[in-house]
Design a protein around this ligand. Structure first.
Ligand code: PA5
Length: 444
């Protein structure tokens, strides 16, 4: 069984023929990806990654994860953007919703994904007198947010454990040669994993960037990779256009975009998928939002957000379409009980599973939205586990590459993210930014 994409509820907004008409264009995009002839072709390391991951590499990840798990009550994963969201998405999707209250050890927490002083203070308090380890992730090795968090937490760890013991509780994932994090790791003798040059941050979840924190949380990275490998085949060049979910998704969302649907909302009916949407937003937002083009990727968690965003989606400006991620079979069963008094009037649900109510909410919402002018795509996961999350990740990555090329942009760069950094460094008077500091201060 595989994840399954359904697009028939977009027909009526775009024609079946128009979507089918993308076949040749998509084949060209596939060719550009697989032959490495398109824009950004030095960042295609993710394309065949599932097939290239060796048993030895996975064993190294697992051994390192076990060492941290055996020796830490808390593991702090430091990273931002592509060096954070993939692991967070998978770990949240697979963990108990109340993991923070349960006594599972180790607890995984995140840092370096913001510059919140209160957040860092509270984290320092949490780690006080606790045995903790650090996974510091930064491809460039120079990103401000994680670098700042790493200095703070490394200092705390050394104070609590002593420098020698702290060394064995720190793992760095970074470039093989460049960047401050590589220099620091080499000098301090930390265990390291390499992010290959040809894998961009948002495409790096199947590299050590995602795999180590996922293994540290106790999840099966071999199953994750197996799922991705399966999708590598299913979404490959050899699969016919109509059977290829990545090709279909890329084609239909571009046709919707060309017809005026400028916003795609990724919808889930499973609260654990919140961060899958956050990961997806970065993947598509950073890949396609350039040259004043690109679908704006948004997300909602249903049914929660039906009570906040539902009105807008049903009746706001008709520039949206939605892609629903649906999990066919929950991992647990809760039956709704009968009540003799029936004061809440819910006995019509007695004997049903809670998921049946959720599924009817999903179906009812889909029909209402289609009636209200919102085209609907649906991706069904048979279950929420490592294997199908691996499939979902690779499916979205492959579709993103194709979709970016259909749009005519380089899906693998992100020139726009530098603008805020330049201003921030100028305002902070970073050495080397003297001219920029003068210029920016004159504007204040
Ligand atoms: O996808 C990207 O390239 C970015 O989101 C980066 O992953 C993010 O900015 C973090 O960069 P780095 O890993 O170099 O610290």
């Amino acid at each position: 069984m595989d994840i399954r994409l359904t697009i028939d509820k977009t027909y009526g907004f775009v024609s079946k023929e128009a979507v089918a008409g993308y076949e040749a264009e998509v084949a060209k995009c596939q060719e550009m990806l697989h032959q490495g002839t398109g824009k950004g072709n030095d960042f295609l390391g993710w394309l065949n990654l599932p097939a290239e991951i060796t048993d030895e590499h996975l064993a190294d990840i697992e051994t390192t994860a076990k060492l941290l798990r055996d020796n830490c009550e808390v593991i702090v994963v430091i990273g931002i953007g592509g060096s954070y969201l993939g692991a967070k998405a998978v770990n949240d999707a697979l963990s108990s919703s109340f993991a923070w209250l349960e006594q599972h050890k180790p607890v995984i927490v995140y840092a370096g994904q913001n510059i919140g002083e209160d957040y860092l203070f509270e984290l320092q308090q949490l780690l006080k007198n606790r045995k903790f380890g650090i996974i510091s992730i930064s491809k460039s090795g120079t990103t401000t947010e994680p670098a700042l968090a790493f200095r703070l937490l490394k200092t705390q760890l050394e104070e609590q454990q002593g420098k020698a013991a702290a060394k064995d509780l720190i793992v760095c994932i970074t470039d093989k040669a460049r960047g401050a994090l590589r220099t620091l790791a080499t000098q301090e003798g930390y265990k390291t994993f390499v992010i290959e040059d040809n894998i961009g941050g948002r495409f790096s979840v199947l590299s050590p960037v995602g795999l180590l924190p996922i293994a540290c949380a106790g999840f099966d990275v071999r199953q994750l990779v197996a799922g991705a490998l399966r999708m590598q085949k299913v979404c490959g060049q050899e699969t016919a256009f109509e059977q290829n979910p990545a090709a279909q998704y890329a084609a239909v969302r571009n046709e919707l975009y060309r017809s005026g649907k400028k916003i795609e909302i990724l919808v889930n009916f499973h609260p654990k998928l919140h961060y899958v949407s956050e990961w997806w937003k970065q993947l598509y937002g950073e890949s396609e939002g350039k040259e004043h083009k690109g679908i704006f990727p948004a997300s909602v968690d249903f049914t929660t957000d039906l009570h906040s965003m539902g009105q807008w989606i049903q009746e706001g400006e008709r520039i949206i379409f939605e892609t629903v991620i649906s999990v066919a079979e929950p991992n647990h069963t809760v039956m709704f009980p009968h009540n003799d008094a029936n004061l809440d009037g819910l006995n019509f649900l007695a004997g049903k599973r809670v998921d049946e109510v959720n599924k009817m909410a999903e179906l009812g919402t889909m029909l209402a939205h289609v009636d209200g002018g919102v085209p609907n795509l649906r991706i069904e996961l048979p279950k929420l586990n490592e294997y199908y999350l691996g499939q979902l990740i690779y499916f979205f990555e492959k579709a993103c590459g194709i979709s970016g090329y259909l749009l005519g942009v380089n899906p693998f760069d992100q020139p726009g993210v530098e603008a805020y950094k330049k201003n921030m460094f100028a305002l902070l008077e970073k050495p080397g930014y003297e001219e920029a500091t003068k210029a920016i201060k004159s504007r204040l």
